[in-house]
Structure formats: C-alpha cells, structure tokens
Design a protein around this ligand. Structure first.
Ligand code: PEP
Ligand code: MG
Length: 567
C-alpha cells in the first residue's frame, strides 16, 4: 500500500519503522500508589537511567573518544548525587508521584544553575535537564531517544523539531517520515543537509507500527507500507542507482562552477553548525552562504555566551577557505528556543521574529554582534540579517553594529572594520525596495523559503496549503529578477540561500536573472555544479526574460521543463 506525502529530502530509505511517540506529557501531581510502590518506581527508574547512561558512555568512548564521552560520566554523577535524589524522595514521601517530584526538583536546579554567571555552571543546567528528561521518560515509559538506535531505522513521527532532527545519526536513520510538515520546514531542510531521505506532510500514518517494513522515496514523496518482494527489489535498484549517480558527481570536485560560456557562479553552502564544516569540505563547497546561527542556540539549554558564540564562529571561518556568511539569530515562526521567552502571538511568522526580536532586545543582539565581529579577524566573515522589511531597520541594525564595535574598541578586542554586511531578501517589501537597500548594504541573499510564503500568503509548514506554495509563482520570480537587477546596478553580490537555489529546473532562470551566488545544502554542491556546467549564460538570460511573460506557476514549470529537455 502506498501513501503520498511531500518529498522533502532526496534518496531512498528501505528498512524497519521506528514509531516515535511524542513526549508531550501530562504530569500527575498526587500519587495514587502506596509510598512503598512509588518509591520502588523511582529506585527502578534511577537504576535503568544509570544503565542507559553507562551504555551511552561506552558507545561515545568508541565514537568520540574518552574526553567527549566524559559528559555521560557527569550525568551519572549527577544521577547518583544525594542532593538530587533526597529532594525527590522527600516529595515522594509527602504523597507526590515520582514523575512530579523529579520534574519539580530538576526545574528548581535548572533555574538555579541557568541564572549563574559562570559558563561552566550554566552548562550544568543542560546536564540536569538531560538527566531529568531521561528519568521522566523512563517513569512514563516514553521512548524519546532518536540518537541511540542499535540498528538502522526509518523514523515515523508526528513531526520532528529542529533540535530533535539535529541529533539524528545519518548512519542509523535510513529515512524519516512525518504526518505534518512542508518541504521547507526546518526539519526538512536539516534532513537535506544531513543527507537523510525524508517525506513529510503524509497525513494519517497511524497504521504504521514499529518494526514494519517501509520504502521511503524522498524524491517522489511516496511511502510504501509492507512492500511486496518485487517492490523491495525495485527500491533496492533505485537506491543503488542513486548511489552510483552520487559517485559520478565526484568528477566535479575541484572544478570551478561555471556555465559553458564561462559565466562564473559562486557555489556555497547552507550550514547549521560547525559540525557541518567537514560536509562543506568533502563536498567541495566554495564557502558558506548561510550559517543559520539559531541552531547554535537550539543546541543549548540556556543562552550561549558571547565567548561560546565567538568560538563557534571562529571555528567556522578558520576552517573554510572561502567566504562565510553568518546570519544573526532567526528565532520565532516555527523555530522556538525554550529559554528565549517569546510572547504568544496569533501569527508568529508575522510577529516578533528574527531581527525584529534582536532589535527589541539589545541584550540578545549585542553579544552575538560582538562575537561575530571578533571572529571576523580570523577569516572572510560576512554578517547577514534576516527578516528585514524596511530601510529604517537597516539603519537600526547599523546603529547596533556600531555599538558593538564601540564595546570592542573599549575592551581592546580587534575586529575587521570593513566587515561586509548584507540582508536576506525574504519579505516582498524588501524585494520591492531592493534598489534602495542596494545602496546601503554589501550583499543580498534571497530567502525563497520565506519569500514564497510572504508573497503568496501561504504558510510554509501547513500541508493544507502546500499546493499554493511554489517558487515557480510568477510573482516570486518577478521579485527575484527585480532584486537581481537592482543589486547588479549597484554592483553588489546577489545570492540565494532559500531551497529554490538548488532546484535544477529553476537554476537557468536564476542565472539568467543575474544571481552571482547560490547557497545550497553541502550534499547538493556537486549536482548543482554539474548542472550549471551544462548551461549557457546567454540562453539563460533569454529564458529569464521569457518567463516574465508567463502568468501561472504551472506555465513557468512547463516552460522550464521544456528548457531542461532542450539543454
Ligand atoms: C529562507 O527563508 O529562504 C531562508 C533561507 O531562511 P530560513 O529557511 O531559515 O527561514
Ligand atoms: Mg527565512
């Protein structure tokens, strides 16, 4: 039986399902058990958590080495710390459930450690959270672990948050499928970055049980339940073909990215963490066109200090030989960071998101700007601001940047005084004012994931409207062309870091419109370079002009398909 979803990340996954139950749990306060029974539950949970952590420690030692595995020893010590356990036992003795008691004591400790000034102490808060979550999941029988599979699986879930996705091990996760989500939800983007095939927005998946065999086609969006042996054979052939094609692309390693008539395009990568650096290098990315700094914040249990950020940014710019564009914090919308308390909003994608939040909260913005400026002396770093909608915001951003420079000057810290700054063009008002913005900043990067959603009023993560969400919409393409031309007139770099940048069908239009940089998932670098090498710039210019005369997304798509056939 087949179910149809949205192909979110290429490749074929073939294997057993692991159904992930979300731990959105209700914690009961008063115990209905006897004191002895409740205490016994708690003691058993401690024993089981201790076994899990010891196990993780042994595995981590092999994979990461003794030093990095040490974190699990710290977890173990905390789990056995009488100060922690006695507080819980006291609450159990007063008639509370062990789950309530664990949560209560941990929350108190987490709040205490998070408020400390010392970075080392702050980090303890995340260890406590990790241990208490483990205990609570054991007590409630919830399997919340997505990072410690014994054998490869296909994850089946309601949805995966970015912080859950970031912990997936591409060797153990053959694919994932989710009930909700769209092609440009952040977990889909991350799956592409990690090379994990994914299908999202499948709707009802309640029939799938852990252990059942699935075929996931991340290109077509088709998921096959309980496949026949001939379906399995076909999928295995497809999987092998996919891997052979990937191997053939190796011929493009070390080559320049250019069209047949020598129009050079800068082909850089989208990354979310310094852990992605090896991927940029192994896939021969020419730099970083978008470092989504928010994932650095999501990896933590509390706000990363200026120093932590500085080290992460420095690590990236030092190890990448080309330019590195780091985007300032883009939180809000579908990206939530628990310790950054955002107000409940009716329309979070239209609310206090990204640079709007940073401009409201200097204490959030300044440490990041200082960290970025300090890292700028270690390589070719450029700073990019997301969600800019007006020129006034650019002026406010520049004032904040000056303030950060002033702080560094007073402290005697060095920074590159010519550091380039750019903005994302992802809101129609910014696109339409591109000629004015181009006089104010050093570069543009078009964020189509949001530009499509804001131009067509189509929520990027709502599968009920995913048929309306298309980067072939002529309105979106007109904006892109306008931005490219406006940037071209002022001689600034105009790139694209939205998902559309790696769509082979659209690339002839993008090059013809005048974009000079494309930022794609590291996994897409070689395929994109190979594709660009088949194009002719002069012809691309004609196509992009022709497309301006088309009136629907399907006309544009048909036209681009004809172009692809005639290449
Ligand atoms: C975009 O909107 O196209 C983009 C690259 O930013 P994000 O997907 O992180 O919102
Ligand atoms: Mg965006």
């Amino acid at each position: 039986m087949n179910i149809q979803g949205i192909g979110a990340s290429s490749g074929i996954g073939l294997g057993q399902a692991f159904v992930y139950e979300s731990s959105d749990i209700e914690i009961i306060e008063d115990s209905l058990l006897s004191l002895e029974e409740e205490m016994c539950l708690f003691t058993k949970a401690i024993e089981s958590a201790s076994d899990d952590i010891k196990n993780l420690y042994e595995r981590a030692k092999i994979r990461l080495g003794e030093k990095d595995a040490g974190v699990f020893q710290a977890h173990l010590m905390f789990l056995e710390d009488p100060e922690f356990t006695s507080g819980i036992e006291a609450l159990i003795e007063s008639g509370k459930t062990s789950t309530f008691a664990v949560k209560n004591v941990s929350d108190m400790l987490i709040a205490m450690f998070s408020s400390m000034d010392d970075d080392y102490m702050k980090e303890r808060a995340s260890d406590i959270k990790d241990v208490s979550d483990r205990l609570i999941n054991i007590l409630l029988g919830v399997n919340a672990s997505l990072d410690s599979f014994e054998s490869p699986v296909i994850i089946v879930a309601e949805d995966l948050t970015p912080s859950m996705t970031v912990t997936l091990d591409p060797k153990m996760v053959l694919a994932f499928i989710t009930r909700v989500g769209g092609k440009t939800s952040h977990s889909a983007i991350m799956a592409r970055n990690m090379g994990i095939p994914a299908v999202v927005g499948l709707g009802d998946i309640s029939d799938i049980e852990s252990g059942s065999v699935l075929i996931v086609n991340g290109d077509t969006g088709q998921v096959t339940l309980s496949p026949t042996s001939s379906e399995l054979d076909d999928a295995e052939t497809l999987r092998k073909d996919y891997l052979i094609k990937q191997n053939m692309l190796q011929a493009f390693v070390g080559k320049e990215t250019m069209t047949q008539d020598k129009k050079r395009i800068e082909l850089v990568c989208n990354i979310g963490s310094d852990k992605d650096i090896p991927l940029v290098q192994s896939n021969d990315g020419e730099g970083v066109g978008l470092f989504r700094s928010e994932f650095l914040y999501m990896d933590q249990e509390s706000m990363p200090s200026e120093e932590t950020q500085f080290k992460a940014y420095k690590a990236v710019v030092e190890s990448i030989s080309g330019p590195v564009i780091i985007r300032t914090l883009d939180v809000g919308g579908d990206k939530d960071i628990p310790y950054i308390k955002l107000d409940e909003e009716m329309n979070p994608f239209l609310g206090v998101r990204a640079v709007r939040l940073c401009l409201k909260d200097s204490q959030l913005f300044q440490p990041q700007l200082c960290a970025l400026l300090r890292a700028s002396v270690y390589g070719h770093l450029k700073i990019m601001f997301p969600m800019v909608s007006s020129l006034e915001e650019v002026h406010l951003i520049k004032a904040e940047l000056e303030k950060a420079k002033e702080t560094l000057r007073k402290r005697g810290d060095s920074y590159d005084s010519n550091v380039e700054i750019g903005i994302m063009i992802e809101i129609p008002s910014a696109a339409l004012m591109a000629d004015m913005f181009a006089k104010e900043v050093d570069f543009f990067s078009i964020g189509t994931n949001d530009l499509v959603q804001y131009t067509t009023a189509t929520d990027r993560i709502n599968q009920n409207v995913s048929h309306l969400y298309s980067h072939y919409h002529p309105a979106v393409l007109r904006l892109i062309k306008f931005v490219a031309e406006a940037g071209g007139r002022e001689n600034i770099m105009v790139g694209m870091c939205g998902e559309a940048a790696s769509d082979p069908l659209l690339i002839p239009f993008l090059i013809g419109a005048g974009l000079n940089e494309l930022s794609v998932s590291p996994y897409k670098v070689l395929a994109t370079r190979s594709h660009i090498s088949t194009l002719t710039y002069e012809k691309c210019k004609e196509y992009s002009k022709e497309i301006m005369n088309l009136s629907t997304a399907s006309q544009v798509r048909d036209y681009l398909e004809t172009v692809a056939l005639n290449q």
